[in-house]
Design a binder for this molecule. Sequence first.
Ligand SMILES: NC(=O)c1ccc[n+]([C@@H]2O[C@H](COP(=O)([O-])OP(=O)(O)OC[C@H]3O[C@@H](n4cnc5c(N)ncnc54)[C@H](O)[C@@H]3O)[C@@H](O)[C@H]2O)c1
Length: 328
Amino acid sequence: MKLLVTGGAGYIGSHVTHLLVARGDEVTVCDNLVNGHRAAVHPGARFIQGDLLHADTLRALFDGRRYDGILHFAAYTLVNESMERPWRYLRDNVLAGGNLLQAAAEHDVPRFILSSTANLYEEPQRLPISEDEPVQPGSPYGEGKHMIERMLSWMNRLQGMAGCSLRYFNAAGAHPQGHIGEDHRPETHLIPLVLQVALGQRDEITVFGDDYATPDGSCIRDYIHVMDLAAAHILALDALAGGELRACNLGSGHGYSVLEVLASARQITGHAIPARIGPRRAGDPARLVADNRSLRDWLGWQPQHTALHPIIASAWNWHRQHPRGYPE
Ligand SMILES: NC(=O)c1ccc[n+]([C@@H]2O[C@H](COP(=O)([O-])OP(=O)(O)OC[C@H]3O[C@@H](n4cnc5c(N)ncnc54)[C@H](O)[C@@H]3O)[C@@H](O)[C@H]2O)c1
């Protein structure tokens, strides 16, 4: 297939691009490199450095080109930042998504896969979280994603564009070869932060609250291996039939606590990884775990790495080989 991957120099987009190129798809990657890394882009992909907010980027991507599908990863991605800088999320992310959808519609692109988020479920009533849970975004970040989901639903209704929103839980881990991995600056995700302590780049880790109603008192999250997450995109792309519209939760279906992550990382790295218990963070629910049955039923997808150990071991493999991340 001829595919456009936006945000393909970022963490998840680069892993998906690697799988697509490996199976022979013709991939164009677009990224403004604001948070992405040129070295993360597969050398077999065509790379266009540009911002989806700019008309010249859209022209460079679409003029004289035909795509069988678009996978849209490009976005600002920090929930906390979105509370302080809401317009990056309610304006820039939404406009970038709208510009891309408009171009996709004008060029008759038949399939569109959107990176959405579990942040659409701020206070889930039932666990694990299914797609029946009412959408209630927990931040401007989540609200922006919801707006793009809604735009996609209109392109589906008006144009018959097949659309799939994948609502990710916590992506973690790295490609098994360890040549690409997670390099967010600043880093806010638990597993890479813990591994930064093991690398001597950070003194300790703060555990935000140990008095939640969970077995060990720390928060429980659903960590999905980035390769499992990437595999789901490929299956969704192939399965998405004309005119279809779906929204699916994409998590491993297993929850692990912050203290379990720490224990596993200590075992894998052989480092003591000192931790300090801090106060709870506002708005942090005790437990967020995906009900991934709709995706499994639709695609026959099965996450291969549901235990914590292989997820953290693959992340460690990448971080140990690239302690400073990608070259500047
Ligand atoms: N990492 C997670 O656990 C997680 C969880 C839920 C949802 N998501 C979503 O998945 C997607 C990928 O996340 P990630 O962790 O790989 O983030 P990332 O920051 O590593 O990748 C996003 C990429 O998009 C690029 N980008 C941003 N705005 C752009 C624009 N206007 N034009 C062109 N390029 C632009 C950035 O430079 C970056 O390379 C995002 O949409 C994010 O919201 C991620």
